[in-house]
Design a binder for this molecule. Structure first.
Ligand SMILES: [Zn+2]
Ligand SMILES: [Zn+2]
Length: 100
Protein backbone atom coordinates (compact mmCIF):
# COMPACT_ATOMS: atom_id res chain seq x y z
CA UNK A 1 0.00 0.00 0.00
CA UNK A 2 1.27 3.46 -0.84
CA UNK A 3 2.00 5.39 2.31
CA UNK A 4 0.79 8.78 1.08
CA UNK A 5 -2.43 7.32 -0.20
CA UNK A 6 -3.11 5.34 2.95
CA UNK A 7 -2.35 8.14 5.41
CA UNK A 8 -5.10 10.30 3.89
CA UNK A 9 -7.61 7.44 3.58
CA UNK A 10 -10.85 6.72 5.43
CA UNK A 11 -9.38 3.38 6.39
CA UNK A 12 -6.57 5.03 8.34
CA UNK A 13 -9.05 7.46 9.88
CA UNK A 14 -11.15 4.56 11.14
CA UNK A 15 -8.02 2.79 12.42
CA UNK A 16 -7.05 5.89 14.41
CA UNK A 17 -10.52 6.18 15.91
CA UNK A 18 -10.36 2.54 17.01
CA UNK A 19 -7.01 3.21 18.63
CA UNK A 20 -8.32 6.27 20.49
CA UNK A 21 -11.29 4.33 21.75
CA UNK A 22 -9.07 1.70 23.26
CA UNK A 23 -6.12 3.75 24.55
CA UNK A 24 -7.51 7.27 24.88
CA UNK A 25 -7.13 10.26 22.63
CA UNK A 26 -4.24 11.84 24.48
CA UNK A 27 -0.54 12.31 23.90
CA UNK A 28 1.48 9.42 25.36
CA UNK A 29 4.24 11.88 26.27
CA UNK A 30 2.52 14.91 27.80
CA UNK A 31 -1.12 13.86 28.19
CA UNK A 32 -2.69 16.71 26.23
CA UNK A 33 -5.84 16.03 24.21
CA UNK A 34 -5.07 18.79 21.68
CA UNK A 35 -3.74 18.17 18.15
CA UNK A 36 -3.53 14.42 18.59
CA UNK A 37 -1.91 12.33 15.88
CA UNK A 38 -1.06 8.65 15.67
CA UNK A 39 2.56 7.67 15.20
CA UNK A 40 3.59 4.43 13.48
CA UNK A 41 6.19 2.61 15.55
CA UNK A 42 6.41 0.19 12.69
CA UNK A 43 5.40 0.41 9.03
CA UNK A 44 5.63 -3.34 8.60
CA UNK A 45 1.86 -3.79 8.76
CA UNK A 46 0.83 -0.55 7.07
CA UNK A 47 -2.90 -0.81 6.48
CA UNK A 48 -3.20 -3.71 8.94
CA UNK A 49 -1.56 -2.23 12.02
CA UNK A 50 -1.63 -3.95 15.37
CA UNK A 51 -2.28 -1.77 18.40
CA UNK A 52 1.38 -2.21 19.30
CA UNK A 53 2.44 -0.63 16.02
CA UNK A 54 0.80 2.67 16.95
CA UNK A 55 1.14 5.42 19.53
CA UNK A 56 -0.94 8.57 20.05
CA UNK A 57 1.18 11.72 20.28
CA UNK A 58 0.37 15.41 20.10
CA UNK A 59 1.68 17.17 17.02
CA UNK A 60 4.54 18.80 18.94
CA UNK A 61 5.78 15.54 20.44
CA UNK A 62 5.26 13.70 17.18
CA UNK A 63 7.44 16.24 15.36
CA UNK A 64 10.04 16.19 18.10
CA UNK A 65 10.23 12.40 17.98
CA UNK A 66 10.87 12.44 14.23
CA UNK A 67 13.40 15.24 14.58
CA UNK A 68 15.37 13.32 17.21
CA UNK A 69 15.01 9.97 15.48
CA UNK A 70 14.68 10.47 11.70
CA UNK A 71 14.41 6.71 11.11
CA UNK A 72 12.04 6.11 13.93
CA UNK A 73 11.15 2.60 15.00
CA UNK A 74 9.78 0.86 18.09
CA UNK A 75 13.10 1.09 19.97
CA UNK A 76 13.51 4.78 19.18
CA UNK A 77 9.93 5.50 20.20
CA UNK A 78 10.58 3.79 23.51
CA UNK A 79 13.79 5.80 24.04
CA UNK A 80 11.84 8.95 23.25
CA UNK A 81 9.17 8.10 25.83
CA UNK A 82 11.81 7.37 28.48
CA UNK A 83 12.99 10.96 28.04
CA UNK A 84 9.74 12.79 27.37
CA UNK A 85 6.85 10.93 28.99
CA UNK A 86 5.63 12.75 32.10
CA UNK A 87 5.79 10.63 35.28
CA UNK A 88 2.01 10.89 35.77
CA UNK A 89 1.45 8.98 32.55
CA UNK A 90 4.15 6.44 33.25
CA UNK A 91 2.03 5.05 36.07
CA UNK A 92 -0.96 4.47 33.82
CA UNK A 93 -0.04 1.49 31.71
CA UNK A 94 -3.18 1.69 29.60
CA UNK A 95 -2.01 4.84 27.85
CA UNK A 96 0.68 3.08 25.89
CA UNK A 97 0.56 -0.28 24.16
CA UNK A 98 1.42 -3.16 26.43
CA UNK A 99 4.82 -3.81 24.89
CA UNK A 100 6.22 -0.40 25.80
ZN1 LIG B 1 2.58 15.76 23.73
ZN1 LIG C 1 5.44 9.19 13.48
Amino acid sequence: MLYQRYITSQRWKRRRLRYYKKFGRICAACGTDQNITVHHMSYERLGHELDDDLLALCLDHHRLLHRLYPHTCREHTLLFLVDYQIPELRKIGALTPATL
